[in-house]
Design a protein around this ligand. Sequence first.
Ligand SMILES: [Ca+2]
Ligand SMILES: [Ca+2]
Ligand SMILES: [Ca+2]
Length: 370
Amino acid sequence: MPKLLQIPAYSSNKVLHYWMKNGVIPDGSYNKGRIQANIYDESGNPQQLLNEVYYKVRLKLHPDMQKLESYSNAIPWLTLAEFWNDGTWYGSSYPFRVTFGLNKDANAGSNKPLYFEVNAEKMDTNPRVELWQAEAKSFPISYNQWITLEFYYKKGNATSGRFYVAATPDGGSRQVLFDVKNWTYHPNNPSPVGLANFNPFKLYTGDWLIDHVRNNGGIMQLYWDNFELWNGWPQAVYQAESMMLGTTSGEALTNSSDTNCSGGVCQIFDSNGVADYINYFANIPHDGKYDIKVGVKKINTRGKFQLSIDGVNKGTVQDLYSATAQYAELSIANDVQLLAGDRRFKFYVTGTSGTGYQLGIDYIKVIPKD
Ligand SMILES: [Ca+2]
Ligand SMILES: [Ca+2]
Ligand SMILES: [Ca+2]
């Protein structure tokens, strides 16, 4: 059963503990075990059309979960999150679900590692029909360690649908586990609603696995923390003062405390002529199209710059000259295709409307468009 508890090692932090000693839900010849959080449409209320959902949650697998590595058969079903459009329990003609979970290949005499898996199924036939499936075998499952998971669901067909999962172990780098572009509702459904029902954190499997863990001296259990939910990709704001710096033309760069600057700081680059430049790196969260904006502080010592990303100019020359101090968010370019990972944003000085060539950079904002 789920409970909120404090772990001594995280004495100020409360987490959600899923703890499953036995499977107690009868299902034909066996029992299932299921613990889940529900985000469900309330019947009788107007349907919430969640055409897109993005959420983050932290997961820590208890070391007892590693006992599953010695289970002799393959593990095709141990659900950690589930997404329905529509739910079977509403009597829809087009039930469909996406499942995210842990899988394992058959054990050929030695332990086999678990791995994350995702699959989509049409649920209106018996047996149900799998539409697509993907495995993340290159991502090693770690135990007793927090992993930040990011999920993105977009309602769509074989080309417009998207299901995405990224994982960032504490102290490790962010990895995209899945970026599936395929059906995210039943292909026969003529008028799919959005994601009406989903379980953002779940533990759901059969008693043969629950028993295996218990019979080997453990309990099937895991922890969840820090759930955050958006109705689409969140925009990302990179403060200049916190971004990773690349090469520059060598002039001084100073953090200028200023309550009108985002984060309380603008960076002043003391460029003093044409062709001076500064590079910043921003870690772009996912492949996609973005609108690019830059927060700046204008004043009478400033010059003009051209922004480029990974060596390709974006938008037109921007003029930061102003007779008096002004704070502005410049719209640089729209629908710019970017790949996930560290992208290089270069500010290249092209001239001046006054006499100075300085730049005052507050932040870079990337707004996801797809
Ligand atoms: Ca917490
Ligand atoms: Ca110079
Ligand atoms: Ca700033």
